[in-house]
Design a protein around this ligand. Sequence first.
Ligand code: C2E
Ligand code: CA
Ligand code: CA
Ligand code: CA
Length: 277
Amino acid sequence: AKDIGRNSFRFFSSEQHQQIHSRYQLGNDLLQALTEDQFELYYQPKVCAQTKCPVGAEALLRWKHPSLGFVSPDQFIPLAEDIGLIDKIGNYVLCEAAKQGAQWANEGIEVPLAINVSAKQMLDPNLAKRIINELEYEKLPPHLFSIELTETSFLHCLEETQITIKELRSTGIQVAIDDFGTGYSSLSYIRNMALDVLKIDRSFLINIEQSDIDRTIVSSIIDMSQAMGLKVVAEGIETDAQFRRLQQLNCDQIQGYLFARPMPALEFIDWYKRQQS
Ligand code: C2E
Ligand code: CA
Ligand code: CA
Ligand code: CA
């Protein structure tokens, strides 16, 4: 028993140590990633549910770690929030996306772009001004830009958040609620906030063909949102059956591997042009 105890303790201890070390290490690496140009934005198209025409894109951040390869944003974004780097990283995303959108607009192809903004970034009272200034600097029309917020953004400093959203929307920048349905009191947010777009979380769409309940929920979300003047995007669509079902339920836009994965800028714009012609 003593042996097992010692072994299991040692095993646990070293694994824990490794975890702490790697998280700490990864945090340090993250700081370097910014200065050493290891980030890149990928773009995933959104298409019109009725015509399949591309109607815009979401910018998704990629980190190519020098020894680990690609690290998932689901891993490094929460870490960046914890160690106080999210504002810097968020600023990179903003500047990069605005620059890219402006470049495409100059080349004659207008691609409405969305960036993800984390709840921690919403605590910055100057966020709206920084976004507006950046678009002005790049001469990117605000109607070509939107931000995606998760419900966590509405948990803290509701008043500040409301002011930021109002300021952005007054210029024509659109605001989307992301991962809709996964939070605790989703309905109260859409009742109290003026927003433009609602993105239904993938978890409600995966079994839309098999589950009557999920289909009912999605159908109700779409009807309710549209009655309130929101555009509805279904995300994470991978099969044609899912797509046709959402088309039938009158969903506005679709995003998912069925159409395209997130792609580097050059590959994305090639794809986008091909679909338009
Ligand atoms: P999200 O905003 O909900 O983004 C959608 C995620 O689903 C992306 O994962 C995308 O690649 C993936 N996806 C798209 N279509 C499909 C599909 O058909 N099937 C499946 N299984 N997945 C699909 P990604 O790029 O790994 O990003 C994960 C999350 O990390 C994002 O979730 C977002 O919360 C966060 N994130 C990514 N980039 C940024 C960023 O620039 N800033 C912030 N604050 N968060 C970001
Ligand atoms: Ca998103
Ligand atoms: Ca989402
Ligand atoms: Ca998500």
